[in-house]
Design a protein. Structure first.
Length: 209
């Protein structure tokens, strides 16, 4: 079964409270969402492979550590996932960026794929799929399906707020994909929104309705 981890660092929790507040405007919401994503990078990359290399410091030779193994890529689920990309890239600037476009049918709550653009060597990369909300899990499952279909084998799902229903759905569908969240909320309401949640992340990021 895939691992589910809530990152309860005080700075993450403090910033999550800011974006939950309905009075937080678009500018601050956008900035803080990226700040949370940046802080989450420390945890989601904790077990990246390392290797020894020999370098010359101003005082002489030394054997030190550097990253090795898989190359990295961040894949936002459009459109709200864009609100986390800059935060991730701030600490992993060499990562490639792919995009997966999903929209949710407001009546059936089912996701539909409309756009996929990925680095050509996606099968050789560790992927961080980012989306602020893990609600029903439908979009995340379809995004992971799309990536696996194109050869991806190493993925982690990174979200700001998750509902128990969405976590279970993704774990059942993709038991090989670990999930990281800044917060685990109570439930979904009858409209498929996370409670207490933070509203519609896309609308709050981009000032739309």
């Amino acid at each position: 079964m895939a691992k589910f981890t809530v990152l309860n660092h005080p700075l993450i929790q403090h910033k999550l409270t800011i974006i939950r507040n309905k009075d937080t405007g678009t500018k601050v919401f956008r900035e803080v969402a990226n700040e949370i994503a940046e802080l989450m990078v420390y945890e989601i990359t904790r077990d990246l492979a390392m290797e020894d290399i020999t370098i010359e410091t101003p005082m002489g030779s030394a054997v030190e550590k550097q990253l090795s193994g898989k190359k990295l890529a961040v894949v936002p689920i459009l459109r709200a996932g864009l609100g986390m990309v800059d935060g991730v890239l701030k600490l992993i600037p060499a990562a490639k960026v792919g995009h997966i476009g999903m929209y949710r049918d407001e009546k059936t709550l089912q996701p539909h794929e409309y756009f996929v653009k990925l680095p050509p060597d996606i099968d050789q990369r560790q992927l961080f799929i980012v989306d602020p909300m893990l609600a029903t899990g439908g979009s995340a499952i379809m995004a992971i399906d799309a990536l696996k279909k194109r050869g991806a084998t190493s993925m982690r799902l990174v979200v700001l707020v998750a509902a128990p229903e969405g976590v279970k759905a993704v774990q059942d569908a993709h038991p090989d994909v670990d999930i990281y969240a800044a917060g685990l909320d109570d439930r979904l309401n009858e409209d498929g929104y996370i409670v207490p949640g933070l509203g519609d992340a896309g609308d709050r990021l981009f000032g739309t309705k």
